[in-house]
Design a protein around this ligand. Structure first.
Ligand code: AMP
Length: 190
């Protein structure tokens, strides 16, 4: 089973993805984590993306598509992937559909964490100091939100048209969000 966790920055995608790794054995494929690991290792890719990420801009589609493609066999062996922070553009979504189709697979479900952006901004503002992420600051965070609304939100109709989109209340307590995600995964599929 392949799932996409969808939502703006700081909606709680990473937290929920990690829980699904623990409870379902799926592989979390977070392009943000992969890019941060590349930066930490000092690789050429890391040096290439460091400034872009720090500013809160999106890295190019070809970079993240390649990272995901490299990890698909591993996810397949685990029984599927939870895509977290990917795809973020229509081009990425189309590439993902093609890569999976070539492997005889598909996206089964897209779970959108519905959140109130103003509330998210307030929630994250209190955590900037302790986050340790260079893109967790007011200027970069605002850019990440702009990028989400401009480039990523258009994926909602894309997946809605494929009848794969469910929305859960991402403002609820973390355990309630988890329960709603479980219900979406285990419930009748549309
Ligand atoms: P995240 O951890 O998902 O919030 O991603 C952190 C940053 O990594 C983003 O603000 C982008 O700079 C970059 N990034 C992660 N995933 C993608 C993606 N799918 N497409 C473009 N840039 C990405």
């Amino acid at each position: 089973m392949n799932l996409i966790l969808f939502g703006p920055p700081a909606a709680g995608k990473g937290t929920q993805a990690k829980r699904l790794v623990d409870t379902r054995g799926l592989t979390q494929l977070s392009t943000g984590d992969m890019l941060r690991a590349a930066i930490a290792s000092g690789s050429p890719l890391g040096r290439q993306v460091e400034g872009i990420m720090k500013r809160g801009d999106l890295v190019t589609d070809d970079i993240v598509i390649r990272l995901i493609e490299e990890r698909l066999p591993q996810a397949e062996a685990a029984g599927g992937a939870i895509f977290d922070g990917f795809p973020r553009t229509i081009a990425q979504a189309e590439a993902l559909d093609e890569m999976l189709a070539r492997r005889g697979s598909r996206i089964d479900l897209v779970i959108r964490l519905g959140v109130d952006e103003e509330a998210i901004k307030k929630r994250i503002a209190g955590r900037f100091a302790e986050s340790g992420r260079p893109d967790d600051n007011p200027v970069a965070f605002e850019k990440r939100l702009v990028a989400y609304n401009r480039d990523t939100a258009p994926l909602l109709p894309y997946y809605e048209a494929q009848n794969k989109l469910v929305t859960v209340d991402g403002m609820a307590p973390v355990e309630s969000v988890a329960a709603a995600i479980d219900a979406a995964i285990d419930g009748p599929r549309f």
